[in-house]
Design a binder for this molecule. Structure first.
Ligand SMILES: Cc1cc2nc3c(=O)[nH]c(=O)nc-3n(C[C@H](O)[C@H](O)[C@H](O)COP(=O)(O)OP(=O)(O)OC[C@H]3O[C@@H](n4cnc5c(N)ncnc54)[C@H](O)[C@@H]3O)c2cc1C
Length: 421
């Protein structure tokens, strides 16, 4: 692992003969093998975390690729600006966010982060280049969501969005069935900038997909307060794997669901509370014990999505393997410039499965078959096992990315799905 301190070290780092291939990494928050490079070397970008330029009038931000979204927010929020979109944790680097073309709760309005990237510095084939929608557009399209394969993103030029507050006006709406979810979702994408539902995936039958829908717009109080990392709670030890079983998870979901039912409400929430609930618990992954967990996130295209999401949830409920809560959200129409981008019109379901070995992998293969049949796709950032044919079918432009790949770069994910060794 090499951790550069200065950007001008990058061209030589990618050309080093001491390793067979290299891969840039950020904060390693991807769940699968897209940020691993077993036979080669890693370039840890977190030392390149400087602010290069910030125009407080226009919201144009230029930063080194290793800076975290958390540090960006601390700089820009006090001046009334916010990220155009954000994933469910602020502990990701901006380079990693671009390489996975991350999406947030406002996908139906803002699209994915690639829609707001004005330009990138890219070190590819030993050269430093500036690329953007109008400069080497094919390489830019291959780099947005390109899983780091086209080279090392050195810096990112991003358009921020103005916000009227650092808080959101959040409405939490408990609902009892998938039909109710679809009704609330279609009304909310018109009225609200941020939408998502937490669902209880232990419930089947008439209660399939029950949960709590949250929707939010920015408050208008003109108060700007960046988050602080001071109040973290930590999971002190790895839980025994037995702690997460069908009974404990069903009991948790019952309590959670009832709590939301009782507390149907509207409230002001700081952006850190609304966007990043898991960030309040450091090492939350220890809840899954030594065997860890696998995450599954799929998108199902419009048309068949309602029936397919129901089939997936019924299958998951019957298996009794799901974890506490799953997330269900509808994506909007705005397309990303990225060739390998995961977000696309339709509905996305994301959930964790405690790792029970073959039993969990067998369930995931069953889910894969349902997703593939529906013309859906799995999110590479959350994947460590999708079969190569499924990747190629659901990311049909993968060969265009392969054509732009830096020959010195490789990853475990890419070896697996492209069968490139
Ligand atoms: C709790 C949690 C919630 C999440 N919620 C969401 C969500 O709502 N939406 C969503 O889209 N994702 C979500 N994610 C996934 C996460 O946003 C992505 O995996 C993100 O890309 C991780 O960034 P990272 O800095 O950790 O990158 P890593 O995991 O270190 O790397 C990710 C990819 O980016 C590449 N990369 C990293 N830095 C560079 C660089 N400088 N140049 C070139 N390539 C680079 C790597 O090679 C790898 O392919 C979530 C993850 C967690 C843990």
């Amino acid at each position: 692992m090499f951790r550069p301190a200065f950007r001008d070290q990058l061209p030589a780092a990618t050309q080093s003969n001491t390793v067979s291939s290299v891969l840039a990494t950020g904060l390693l928050r991807s769940y699968g093998d897209s940020c691993l490079n077993g036979p080669g070397g890693l370039i840890d970008m977190t030392g390149l975390d400087r602010l290069i330029a910030f125009d407080r009038t226009t919201g144009r931000l230029v930063v080194e690729a290793g800076i975290s979204l958390s540090d960006i927010l601390k700089i820009v929020v006090p001046h009334g600006w916010f990220l155009p979109t954000t994933p469910g944790t602020r502990f990701v680097s901006i380079g990693g966010a671009v390489a996975n073309d991350v999406h947030g709760k406002n996908h139906h309005r803002a699209g994915s982060i690639g829609c707001s990237v004005r330009a990138l510095g890219l070190v590819t084939a030993g050269e430093r280049r500036t690329i953007g929608p109008d400069a080497e557009a094919a390489l830019f399209a291959a780099t947005i969501g390109g899983l780091g394969l086209t080279g090392i993103i050195e810096w990112v030029d991003l358009q921020l969005v103005p916000v009227p507050s650092s808080r959101l006006d959040v409405e939490i709406i408990p609902y009892g069935s998938l039909d109710e979810f679809w009704a609330i979702a279609s009304e909310s994408v018109v009225s609200h900038e941020h939408t998502v539902a937490w669902i209880d995936c232990m419930s089947g039958g008439a209660h399939t997909g029950r949960g709590a829908f949250t929707r939010a717009n920015w408050a208008t109080d003109g108060v700007y307060e960046a988050h602080s990392d001071a109040s973290w709670k930590a999971v002190p030890v790895e839980f025994p794997s037995i702690a997460l079983n069908r009974l404990t998870v069903s009991a948790f979901n019952e309590v959670y669901f009832r709590a939301h039912q009782l507390q149907r409400r509207r409230q002001l929430q700081h952006y850190a509370t609304y966007f990043y609930p898991l960030d309040a618990v450091s090492s939350w992954n220890r809840l899954y014990g030594r065997r860890g967990m696998l995450q599954y996130q799929c998108v199902i295209p419009p048309g068949g999505d309602r029936g397919v999401i129901r089939s997936l949830l019924d299958r998951i409920a019957k298996s009794g393997q799901a974890s506490f809560l799953a997330v269900l959200k509808t994506f909007g129409e705005r397309t990303s410039p990225g060739l390998l981008s995961f977000p696309r019109p339709g509905s996305t379901l994301a959930l964790d499965f405690p790792n029970r070995g073959v039993e969990t992998l067998a369930l995931m293969r069953t889910l894969d078959a349902i997703v593939a049949e529906a013309g859906g796709a799995l999110y590479p950032a959350k994947d460590g096992r999708m079969p190569a044919p499924m990747f190629r079918q659901s990311f049909p432009r993968w060969r265009e990315v392969a054509a732009c790949k830096d020959p010195r770069v490789n990853s475990d994910f890419w070896r697996r799905v492209s069968l490139d060794d």
